[in-house]
Design a protein around this ligand. Structure first.
Ligand code: CA
Length: 426
């Protein structure tokens, strides 16, 4: 039935944003620089604050620079709002379709908007939920026999990331300076990272969340997931390698993390639910649910050097490869009483598939530098070079339509000169 939905706004068949999607984001325009919430239909952004003002929406969530209040409102409000928007944008509904004055204000061509982060994101947690990724990295670090740490199949491993350096798609990424140990021996040096990498991830933004001390059971976790964005967890492997023992990632990770601007809701993803991988051994009871489900989301990594006109696809994978699902991640995160707040970001960890052209990082695609990948401009990559643009994209394929995420894009800029970082200490 879903494929019959049609809007009065024209939507191409390969568009990520048909009436079946209706993701939420935050935007501004040159004419109206006040950031407010909108949804996306085809090549247009629909201004939801304008719809509230015109009383076509009865809500009061969208005239704000973040979706946090809407995220806090919960699933019943999300679903009712989505149904109302599908109705208003339907080809059969005249209310918005025939109101030319309102349409001129509220329906903005996408090339005239500036997108912002979709919420005030208070906390960011990064999981490590792809078994293929964990095995690949473990293989390179500890050898094939000890690829997975003993805890890995018993709990969704994660660390607390840094929320202040989350940036929206399109923000340039400055190559970080840092301390590293070339050749993994001898004295450390300071300078620009020589091993700048991307990580293909999908993250979800938390809905109502929980009070401190009050865990969210795995069976209720989906009620606390507002929706998903693409995440590029940029990583400086050389800085990371030298600093990470014993407390884990720090400056090798927290210089920038790119998010796609449109949050795709669970209602939009519902038709693409599929079985997750078999979990062996069976998880402890607080991580166990009747169905181990996930989503069938096709994912691609594209790379364009400064010399290339069009990006080349360097990896194709799928969200369904993740071993731990989002409900298990959320239940595990809160089982000790840790509180999650509306707009918090929980990212999946690098999503690698089972075969080499489905890996989610250059570390794996070029296998620690031993198998450089070739680009169409004749150059090779072990890690990213200045001027490289990385584009993550993803979508669910329906019957005659796509529910997509758009893209998370970032171009690598040269590091700051080291002298700029020196100064008198007094
Ligand atoms: Ca990561």
């Amino acid at each position: 039935m879903a494929e019959k939905l049609r809007s009065f706004v024209e939507v191409q068949e390969d568009s990520h944003f048909p009436l079946q999607n209706l993701p939420y984001g935050v935007f501004s325009t040159a004419e109206e620089p006040r950031a407010r919430c909108g949804t996306r239909i085809g090549d247009f952004v629909l201004d939801l604050a304008a719809l509230e003002e015109a009383s076509l929406l009865a809500t009061r969530y969208f005239d704000r620079p973040g979706l946090n209040a809407f995220m806090a409102a919960g699933q019943a409000v999300w679903t009712a709002t989505r149904q109302r928007l599908q109705h208003l944008l339907s080809a059969e509904t005249p209310d918005l379709r025939d109101d030319t004055a309102l349409l001129a204000r509220a329906l903005v061509p996408v090339d005239r908007v500036t997108m912002h982060l979709p919420a005030q994101i208070g906390d960011y947690t990064d999981f490590y939920s792809s078994r293929y990724h964990a095995e690949n990295v473990g293989h390179m670090v500890r050898g094939a026999a000890n690829a997975l740490m003993p805890n890995w199949r018993h709990l969704p491993v994660a660390y607390h990331g840094r929320a202040s350096s989350l940036v929206v798609s399109g923000t340039p990424i400055r190559r970080p300076l840092g301390q590293m140990q070339p050749g993994d021996a001898g004295a450390p040096v300071f300078g620009p990272s020589q091993a700048l990498d991307f990580e293909l991830e999908l993250g979800f933004l938390v809905g109502p969340g929980n009070e401190l001390g009050d865990p969210i059971p795995v069976s209720q976790a989906y009620r606390h997931i507002f929706g998903f964005v693409l995440v590029n967890d940029w990583s400086a492997r050389d800085i990371q390698r030298w600093e990470y023992r014993p407390l884990g990632p720090f400056l090798g990770k927290n210089f920038a993390t790119t998010l796609s601007p449109w949050v795709v809701t669970l209602d939009a993803l519902e038709p693409f639910i599929c079985n997750g991988p078999v979990q062996d051994p069976e998880p402890l009871s607080y991580l166990r649910s009747k169905n181990h489900w996930t989503y069938d989301i096709q994912l691609e990594i594209r790379l364009r050097s400064a010399a290339m006109d069009t990006p080349a696809t360097v990896s194709r994978t799928n969200f369904r490869h993740l071993y731990w699902n989002v409900c298990q991640q959320l239940a595990h995160h809160t089982v000790n009483g840790c509180n999650l707040r509306p707009g918090d970001l929980l990212a999946s960890g690098t999503i690698s598939g089972p075969v080499p052209d489905s890996y989610g990082s250059l570390l794996e695609l070029a296998w620690g530098g031993s198998r450089p990948i070739a680009l169409p401009d004749g150059s090779q990559r072990v890690y990213l070079e200045d001027g490289d643009t990385v584009i993550l994209t993803g979508w669910c394929q329906g019957n005659g339509y796509r529910v997509g995420f758009g893209e998370a894009r970032g171009a690598v800029q040269a590091a700051r000169p080291i002298t700029e970082t020196m100064g008198e200490m007094r």
